[in-house]
Structure formats: C-alpha cells, structure tokens
Ligand binder design. Structure first.
Ligand SMILES: Cc1cc2nc3c(=O)[nH]c(=O)nc-3n(C[C@H](O)[C@H](O)[C@H](O)COP(=O)(O)OP(=O)(O)OC[C@H]3O[C@@H](n4cnc5c(N)ncnc54)[C@H](O)[C@@H]3O)c2cc1C
Ligand SMILES: NC(=O)c1ccc[n+]([C@@H]2O[C@H](COP(=O)([O-])OP(=O)(O)OC[C@H]3O[C@@H](n4cnc5c(N)ncnc54)[C@H](O)[C@@H]3O)[C@@H](O)[C@H]2O)c1
Ligand code: SF4
Ligand code: FES
Length: 831
C-alpha cells in the first residue's frame, strides 16, 4: 500500500522535493498537494523577468496541470490549509477538504513584510511576491505614472527595473545610505546605483517611511524627516517573513521559521518543513539553491535512502537586471582578520573584491564582470586552503577585468565537479555527461534533462559554453539557441531558410518552419521583418505591425506619451533658413523643449502624437531616424575647411556618407563619425563606423560604441581616396546587415564574428563590389517615411484618430520601454 504524502505549499521548494521523490521511488507515495495560489507550480524567481517584459506568464510554469495528472498527484489549487489534526493525522483546507497523511511536508514559503505604517492598507500599496502582485503592477502601469518602491534590496531593484520597463517613473526608497547593503560593499553599491540612475531609476536614500498618503488610493509617501514623494503605486520590498502560522497554531516548534533538524524534521513526528518557511540551525534562507539542497535531503530521507544530513549552505546572489552584472557571495565586508584582493578598472566599470581569512576565500563582491564568480564561489564553498598562493588562485586567468579571457576558455578549464548552475546544484560534469549520453544539442534540452538554468536563468550563458565546449566546432550549429521561444531554429538557419525556400512573409516563415506559437512573439516578429527585408529588399512588404511603437510612428515616444522629432541634419551642418524653420515649427506647435542631441542635430521634444504629421510637413525635412534600427547620425568635425589641424574635408565626407546611406535599415542602430585629423574631435573611435583622416588618406575604424558598454573601435584598414572610403563603408555595412542578428549592435557583432572574418569578407575589390551592389538594391527602395505618411491619408489618419490634446499611449510607451533597446527613455540621442 502506498504511503500518503501531503504537501502544504505548491511552491518551488516543496514541489522540487516531490519531483525528486517521484524520481527516487515513483511507487512509494500517493501524493496530495495544497496550494493557496490558484496556479500550478511556477518559477517565482522569473516574476522579475515577467515584469521586465522578458518572459510571459506561460514561460514561467514549472509543472503544468498535466504534470500533476500524469504523476497521479491530487492538487487542491486555491486551497489554504488551516488545520492539522496531529492525532488523526489529517489536514483540512479553508474550503473544507480534509485529507489524511502518513507524512506531512510544510513548504509554505514566506510572505512579503509590509511596513506597519498608517496607510499601508490603501489601494495601490502592494508587495512583489506572486503572480497577482505582478499582474497588479502591469495593470497599474497602464493607468498610473509614478511608482515608489520601498526597499533597495534585490527584490526592490528588480521590481523597480520592471516598472521602468513599463514606462513608470520609479523612485527607490531605501533606509540605508547605500542600496543592497546586505550583499554589497559601498564601492560596488555606488557603482550599481550610478548604473541604475543612468537607466532612469531615482533613489531616495536614508529615508524612513512614516506614512502612506491618500484617501482611498495612495497619492504619496511621507518620511520621518517631513519630506514627501508623490506616488500612484507603492511596492513594498523590505524583506520577507516565513509563513509559520499553520505550524505555530498546531504546536509545531517555531522561531523565526519552523524549526527543523538536519533531516528537515520538525519536533512533531512525521511532519517536516522545507523551503523558506523552515529554519535550520538558526537560518531561514531566502534563495532557492539552499532550499533545493534541503529538498534533496528530505526526498532521500522520505524514500528511505541513506543520506547525510543537511548542514546549511553558503549562498550567492546575482541581481537580475539586464545590463548590470552584480555578484555577491559569503562575507562581503572587510573585518578584522580578513585581507582583500581587489581589482578596480575605471575604464570598463569593473570592480572585484575577494576576501580571505586564515588562508581561505570567505567572500566576494563583483560588479561589471562576474565571469569569475563560479570559480571564486567554488573556493568559498569548498573552503580550500589557498595559503601562500592566494593571489595566484584568486587572480587566476582573466580576473583582472574584461577582455582577458576569451569566451569559453573559462569553462574549458573548469573541473568536472565545479557547479555551473548554482540554483539547481548542477555541475559541469553532470552537464557534460548528459550531453554525451543523451545526445543533447541545446540549452533547453540540457535544462529539461539536468535542471540547469531552470530557475533564475543566470547560468544560461555558461551552460551554453559547456555545450559548445563539449560538442566542439561541429556541434556549434546544432547547439544554436532558437531566435526566441517560438522556435528552436537559430538566426542563421532562419535566414538560410528564407533565402533557400524563398519565403517572403513572416506568416510563411512561421508556417513553413513550424513555429510553436503561430502568431510569433515580440522577439521574433520584428526580427523576421528585418531578415525578410534584408534578404528580399524589393519583394518583401514591410510588416508595419511587427515593429516596435517608435518605428511604427517614426518618432521616439517619451515617458509622458509625447514624441520627439529629430529631422535629418546631414553631417551636423545646418543653415540659417533651416534653423528658422525649426524655430517656427517649435513655436507653432508649442514644443516644450528644443535640444541639441549628442549626434549634432536638433530634437523637438514633447510633440503630441496627433501633431506629428503636421510638424513633419511644416519642417519639410527628411526623417533623421532618431528612433530606428537604421543609420542614425553622421557626426563630423569641421575638418580642413576651417580647422588648422585638419588634413581632409571631414564635413564633406560626413555629408556624403549620410546622404549615401540615409534610410538604410540595419540589425540595430548605426552611428558614424568623421574626424578631420587624428585628434579625432568627432569621437569616431566609439562609433559603429569611424572615419579618421590622416595625412594622405583615411583610417577606417569599426565596431565601436559609446553607450552602456563602451567599446573602442578596431582598425579595419587604411585607404587613400574618398571613393575607397565609400566602397568600404558600403561593403562593411552590408556585411553587417547580412550576418548580424536582429538587435545586435556592431560592438557585439564584431567580437562575435571576429575582425578577421570581416576583413576577409572585404579583402578583394570583387567581394566589396558584390556587397555594394546588394546594399544599393536595398537603398533604392527606401523612401522617406515622414513624407510617405504625410502623403498617404490612411497612414496619416492613424496619427489623428486619438481625441484629446495629449495622445498619451501608455501601452505603446510601455511597449517601447520593454523593447530591447529602450530608446523611448532617451530624451536625447545617445552619442
Ligand atoms: C520576484 C522574486 C524574484 C526572486 N528572485 C530570486 C532569484 O533570482 N534567486 C533566488 O534564489 N531566489 C529568488 N527569489 C526567492 C525565491 O523565489 C524563493 O526563495 C522561493 O520561491 C521559495 O520557495 P518556497 O517553496 O519555500 O516558497 P514559495 O515559492 O513562496 O511557495 C510557498 C507556497 O505555499 C503557499 N502556501 C502558504 N501557506 C499555505 C497554506 N497554509 N496552505 C496552502 N498553501 C500555502 C503559498 O501561497 C506559496 O504558493 C525571488 C523571489 C521573488 C518574489
Ligand atoms: N536576484 C535574487 O537573488 C533575488 C531577487 C529578488 C528577490 N530575492 C529574494 O527574495 C526575498 C525578498 O527580497 P527583498 O529584497 O525584499 O529582501 P531583503 O531582506 O534582501 O532586502 C530588503 C531591503 O529593504 C531594506 N529596508 C528594510 N526596511 C526598510 C524601510 N523601512 N525602508 C526602506 N528600505 C528598507 C533593507 O535595508 C534591505 O536592503 C529575499 O530573500 C531575496 O533574497 C532574490
Ligand atoms: S579632428 Fe582634427 S581636424 Fe577635426 S576639429 Fe579636431 S583637430 Fe580639427
Ligand atoms: S544559476 Fe540560477 S538557474 Fe542556474
């Protein structure tokens, strides 16, 4: 007869434990699960990613309804267990369902702590813990603008980033003088804050919340110092408290959490606790890796297998905010007896600190580059004695910063027992074994088989590297990631199919290539639209609805729902007539702000959507594409026309280049600059294509970026004539168009494909001319979008259909902000 197992709590830790029991002894138990939430088991960690627009609710389900049925599990979803009868060994839910148990696991997790201040119960004050909270935030962002997140810990910052993506103005209120003080030292924290401020987050530090203001709904937050911040939505992320009520009410020993021994047993026979609700040796953990370790021990114990007890865990954390690499593990602040090895690279914005005590690595903090985190975390966990070789062991290869270590080399050097996926405790050896024995060829297959990358997903790139390393060069194609969740096909395979099968519409691609989601998603639709246009420039009809809002409206949406208008000013050279016209338009349409951009153009900010066609008409200038994945600016210096150092005509060259390639659409935005001499006043060496005049010719630089991750260009070659500059520029841009992934800047593409590959593609006149011919074919069909809209009544009507003076399109703004490149948030073109 099967033993009756009841699990209270359908969350990550409890279900993990049940999954393991099913693997270890599938026939041993008859399982019943109660869960307060009306959902199947889902990945709570990825709620941050749902909020940020990177995953959908569907993506985060760990075990769907079928899984329960297929495994013979009875699930009472939406039932909270309120009663335990220890004598009869039964549990009863709030909906009156009573079930007997032989073994009872409590895995009730935690609840968010809500500050007990007046007004905390007002409408619009929420926590960030479950699907409902996440949905409330997403709904609120459609109606409201100002969000205040109280708590600058991991959760608060991830919530804040998500809300920014939803186009809200976000202020993070923190009680200390620096954020993430439980994981970071002051240096790393201030680097993090600077980065997040650059992303648009505001910080209110050393603020003690006193009161939530408002009648029914929140209108603001008042602090003890008397200051007030306005708020339409308040998210409390000030920590969590284990859910212990059910245990406490039934005589099970409780401290902060439900007290358990090394075998996860409570003081009551046959009742166990696992996960965030459990307190082991005085610690209640709030991260999944230790909870899964607990679940493994309990599963073995309940299946009657030999197991040494759980001894506690050293934890590590990574912040899940895109564009920010932060890692922290173990002890992160200096203390008497510790010595630190630190690396600070102010050029690349990298900070790493490793703390050593008594010859052992006891903690680490990393910002900007976390590629060493796995290796260093292993040293912390194993407590290996590194006395006398501290620097050698810690600094290792590449610890000094970015650029030291080539992708993949770190993984190749890793020992088999090194943990690749911290959340799920999966080692390199286990992944390699699974790849070899099961013939796995994708990260998703490894995830399904080993669990690696199933939780926070932070290890995904590393899992990919192990895959590449194991399969070797020949396996690389097989190992390619799908361009999105709708397909397993990678970019090259999709483009090849478009070419060889002559596919000309996205629908065709999705049907023929068997897209899982037949409508596509926000990742593949714009990508397909680009690839189709690139391969079939003449035949493919632009699929306007596949583009993000900025590219649909040919203007950059701003945070208040208005738009910015940047007309083209070739080479940054204008005239009094043009300036007068811009000024008249600004006055006529009461444009609130006129600003010079970093790309030497004028930006009219705050234009209402319904005014856009009229503004374009009155300006009578072409679109500057300040919103598109296209050629943006060509920045120039005055060159030899005026400057006494100039060796060539930089302005003339810039204007010619801009006229030649204007309207060219590219995988991601492209910026060009021309400097008249090596003093390089136009900053050409941080552009996608940089032209620097030298005595008797020009240097051509490629793959630079001055944005979030600054990258200096590589020198492609030197040429003598202006014709050669044009030819190389065209060939280079077309090669990028043909081989770049959609949304991949040249600064990412160039290191990926390699400078030598690019040089080889352009190394003969024949190759260059073939590329030039193809770019010309693409350019010949491109028309000015502003003109097209002005002259096409049906298109024009789409701008004028919204009533009212301010055509605020909140969902559009949210869409733009959630777009992979948040140009909407930029009030100016970035340099
Ligand atoms: C937004 C967010 C991001 C996170 N990111 C990370 C991360 O990057 N890395 C990481 O390691 N951790 C992260 N965490 C923490 C991680 O999600 C938790 O540690 C983990 O989910 C805890 O698992 P658990 O099973 O103990 O509790 P939970 O997942 O909370 O599950 C407990 C379940 O029990 C239910 N329950 C409670 N009482 C009862 C009852 N009486 N009857 C029936 N059901 C009941 C609850 O409703 C809940 O569904 C994050 C958490 C959040 C909210
Ligand atoms: N990336 C990740 O690993 C990740 C992401 C999200 C959540 N989580 C986990 O979820 C749980 C909840 O996260 P959390 O950030 O809420 O918890 P936390 O306890 O780690 O951080 C809470 C933060 O709020 C601050 N705080 C406390 N009182 C405050 C007040 N009155 N005003 C302003 N700030 C105040 C604290 O100083 C602290 O920095 C944690 O266990 C966390 O580890 C992890
Ligand atoms: S780059 Fe040279 S030519 Fe151009 S402005 Fe500067 S000094 Fe003058
Ligand atoms: S490290 Fe979180 S899923 Fe692998």
């Amino acid at each position: 007869m099967k033993r009756k197992l009841v699990l209270v709590g359908n969350g990550m830790a409890g279900v993990w434990c049940v999954e393991h029991m099913l693997k270890l002894a599938p026939q041993r138990f008859e399982v019943t699960i109660f869960g307060s939430e009306p959902h199947p088991n889902y990945n709570r960690i990825l709620l941050s990613s749902v909020l940020a627009g990177d995953s959908s609710m569907k993506d985060i389900v760990l075990n769907d309804w079928d899984w329960y049925r297929d495994n013979g599990i009875t699930l009472h979803a939406g039932h909270t267990v309120t009663k335990i009868d220890k004598a009869k060994r039964t549990v009863t839910s709030d909906k009156g369902v009573t079930v007997p148990y032989d073994e009872l696991i409590l895995a009730t997790g935690s609840r968010a702590f809500i500050l007990p201040v007046p007004g905390a119960d007002k409408e619009g004050v929420i926590a960030f813990r479950d699907i409902k909270d996440c949905e409330t935030m997403m709904e609120s962002a459609k109606k409201y603008k100002k969000a205040v997140v109280i708590g600058g810990g991991l959760l608060g910052l991830e919530a804040a980033r998500g809300l920014l993506n939803l186009n809200m103005e976000v202020s993070v209120v923190h009680i200390h003088d620096y954020v993430m003080e439980r994981q970071l030292d002051q240096t790393a924290s201030s680097m993090l804050r600077t980065e997040l401020e650059a992303q648009g987050m505001k910080f209110l530090l050393q603020k003690h919340t006193e009161q939530i203001l408002g009648r029914d709904r929140v209108t603001g937050v008042k602090f003890k110092d008397g200051s007030v911040v306005e708020a339409d939505l308040v998210v409390m992320a000030v920590g969590i408290r284990p859910n212990v009520a059910i245990a406490k009410d039934h005589g099970i020993e409780v401290n902060r959490g439900i007290v358990v021994n090394d075998f996860l047993e409570t003081n009551v026979p046959n009742i166990y606790a696992v996960g965030e609700c459990a307190e082991h040796r005085g610690v209640a953990y709030g991260l999944v890796a230790p909870l899964y370790e607990q679940g493994d021990v309990l599963a073995k114990r309940l299946c009657g297998l030999e197991v040494s007890g759980y001894e506690g865990s050293v934890t590590s954390t990574k912040l899940k905010v895109s564009g920010v690499d932060v890692f922290s593990a173990g002890q992160y602040r200096e203390a008497p007896g510790t010595r630190a090895i630190k690396v600070v690279d102010e050029f690349d914005g990298i900070y790493k600190k490793v703390l050593i005590r008594d010859g052992k690595v006891v903690g680490a903090v990393m910002f900007g580059d976390t590629s060493d985190s796995t290796r260093i975390f292993k040293l912390i966990r194993t407590g290996e004695d590194v006395s006398g070789r501290e620097k050698e062991v810690v600094l290792g290869e590449g610890f000094g910063g970015a650029g030291g270590k080539s992708a993949g080399s770190g993984v190749a050097a890793m020992a088999d027992d090194e943990i690749i996926c911290g959340c799920n405790g999966v080692s390199k050896g286990a992944i390699v074994k699974a790849i070899n024995e099961q013939g796995l060829t994708s990260v998703d297959a490894i995830k399904a088989c080993t669990g690696a990358s199933r939780s926070c997903g932070g290890c995904k790139p590393l899992v990919g590297e192990v895959l590449q390393c194991t399969l070797g060069a020949d396996g690389v194609t097989a190992a390619k990631e799908g361009i999105c969740g709708c397909t397993t096909l990678g970019r090259d395979e999709v483009v090849e199919a478009i070419r060889s099968m002559h596919l000309t519409t996205s629908k065709e691609v999705m049907n023929v290539l068997g897209w899982e989601n037949t409508e596509g998603c926000s990742k593949c639709r714009p990508a397909l639209n680009y690839y189709l246009g690139m391969v079939w420039p003449v035949e493919h009809e632009e699929e306007r609805e596949s583009r993000f809002v900025n590219e649909r409206n040919h203007a950059n949406i701003q945070k208040d729902g208005t738009y910015s208008v940047i007309p083209r000013i070739y080479g940054g050279v204008t005239s009094p007539q043009e300036l007068k016209r811009i000024a008249e338009v600004a006055e006529k349409y009461e444009v609130p702000l006129v600003k010079f951009t970093g790309g030497q153009r004028l930006d009219l900010l705050g234009v209402k959507k319904e005014d856009l066609p009229k503004v374009w008409e009155d300006l009578d200038m072409p679109s500057g594409y300040g919103y598109g994945k296209a050629l943006r600016t060509v920045k120039t210096c005055v060159g030899n026309t005026f400057c006494r150092f100039g060796t060539q005509d930089a302005m003339g060259m810039g204007i010619a280049i801009e006229r030649r390639f204007e309207r060219l659409n590219t995988p991601a935005k492209v910026k060009i600059a021309v400097s008249g001499c090596p003093r390089n006043c136009a900053e050409a060496t941080i552009k996608d294509f940089g032209i620097v005049a030298i005595d008797g010719g020009w240097e051509l630089h490629v793959g630079g970026n001055g944005g979030v991750k600054v990258r200096a260009t590589d020198l492609l070659c030197k040429v003598k004539t202006e014709e050669e500059v044009m030819e190389y520029a065209a060939a280079y841009l077309q090669f990028y168009r043909e081989t770049g992934k959609w949304n991949e800047r040249t600064s990412e593409w160039l290191p990926r494909v390699g400078l030598e590959t690019v040089r080889a593609a352009l190394d003969t006149p024949e190759k260059r001319q073939a590329l030039v011919a193809r770019i010309d074919e693409a350019l010949q069909v491109m028309t000015d979008p502003w003109k097209e809209i002005i002259e096409t009544p049906s298109l024009r009507a789409t701008f004028e259909e919204l009533p009212g003076s301010l055509a605020v399109d909140a969902s559009a703004a949210a869409e733009a902000a959630a777009g992979l490149e948040s140009e909407a948030a930029a009030a100016v073109e970035r340099p």
